[in-house]
Design a protein around this ligand. Structure first.
Ligand code: ATP
Length: 351
């Protein structure tokens, strides 16, 4: 598949700062895909987006959009010439212009009227042409911002924290809508988000960043199921981390709380010391479960029971496991429990 964006060893240090905001970042975004840069505040995701947009200039590395060099040792293409559409966090709509005028703003083609109509239909705002943007809901304003970005048929649409201003219900709708609209327009989208749920729901690929460095790239399923290190395991979903040793046959890992099953035998060697990530939703109550513990605390959150289980390990230390149980389970604080963990929710991570 064709590459829409490529970064090769891009580094950016802001003046007066010791540490690079983005450090030797290399990545490729396939044409037509939706990619999310995900990470905690300060990890460099916005800087990466601003570098792609042309709002920041890297000190080293090369950046390509649509196969053309935009930034390199001797090359610099300014933001206006990059064929990039931008949807800002606050949408940045012009309050004195109506919907149609906002969308058509800056559109130079002779087919302006037709194109505005097309993108209005794409974002399901047909009939809103003459409304003032201040009369629109948050979700509708986001549709206008997206339509404006799409109108010029850019190579790439960049979206900065697109869902952070929306309440939970609208967020869910707009995640699906933004995905539908980008796919319908055959557009390439790069999003910035600190919210793992947004990233998992909308992306074809997630790029997890920390301290300006890419930690892991991959499909949402791969990132969730097989986090590469303890940071990714903890940031993308909840996780219980545990050290262990691979047992003969490589199907079980010996840990201080008992034997844990693992499906990744193809990457393991007998006797190898590993770090495991155990997802809370991998546990279930079982009379002959390998893990013995006591209910420390629990809360009902609708879809599941969020339970803290105190487990005394072989070293006689008490550790606390985070476990999600079926919401119909009846448990009390202090109840003894036996738990089983499914190998599908266990993965080997690096330190
Ligand atoms: P957030 O989610 O809070 O926006 P982020 O992951 O997008 O964070 P960046 O905004 O890219 O991170 O910031 C990366 C690092 O660069 C941070 O340490 C930040 O303080 C620093 N930084 C960002 N913008 C500037 C600037 N204009 N001048 C100096 N330092 C900056």
């Amino acid at each position: 598949m064709e590459t829409a964006i490529e970064l090769k060893g891009i580094t950016k240090t802001y003046s007066g700062e010791d540490q690079a905001a983005v450090c030797n970042v290399s990545l490729k975004v396939k044409r037509g895909s939706i990619v999310t840069l995900l990470g905690p505040s300060g990890c460099g995701k916005t800087t990466t987006l601003r570098l792609i947009a042309g709002f920041e200039r890297p000190e080293s590395g090369e950046l390509y959009v649509g196969g053309k060099l935009m930034a390199g040792d001797k090359t610099w293409v300014s933001a206006e010439k990059r064929k990039i559409g931008m949807v800002f966090q606050d949408y940045a709509l012009f309050p004195h212009l109506n919907v149609e005028e906002n969308i058509g703003f800056g559109y130079k083609g002779k087919d302006k009227k037709q194109r505005v109509k097309e993108v209005l239909e794409m974002v399901n705002l047909h009939g809103f042409e003459h409304k003032g943007v201040h009369h629109l809901s948050g979700g509708q304003q986001q549709r206008v911002a997206l339509a404006r970005a799409l109108a010029k048929r850019p190579e790439v649409i960049l979206l900065d924290e697109p869902f952070s201003n929306l309440d939970t219900n609208l967020k869910q709708t707009m995640r699906n809508e933004v995905k539908r609209i980008l796919k319908k327009a055959n557009a390439t989208g790069v999003l910035v988000s600190h919210d793992q749920k947004d990233a998992l729901a909308i992306s074809d690929e997630i790029i997890v960043m920390k301290d300006g460095i890419i930690q892991q790239k991959g499909s949402p399923k791969k990132i969730y199921q097989f986090p590469k290190n303890a940071f990714v395991a903890g940031f993308v979903g909840e996780s219980n981390m545990m050290k262990g040793t691979v047992l003969p046959g490589k199907r079980w890992i010996d840990t201080d709380i008992g034997k844990i099953p693992c499906n990744q035998y193809h990457i393991l060697s007998e006797g190898e010391k590993v770090l495991l990530s155990l997802r809370p939703n991998g546990f279930g109550i079982a009379a002959d479960g390998e893990i013995e513990g006591v209910v420390e605390s629990f809360s009902y959150v609708g879809e599941y029971l969020e339970v803290r289980v105190a487990v005394v390990n072989r070293l006689k230390e008490t550790i606390s496991l985070l476990v999600y149980l079926h919401p119909n389970e009846i448990i009390q604080q202090g109840d003894p429990l036996r738990l089983r963990v499914s190998a599908n929710f266990v993965s080997v991570v690096k330190n």
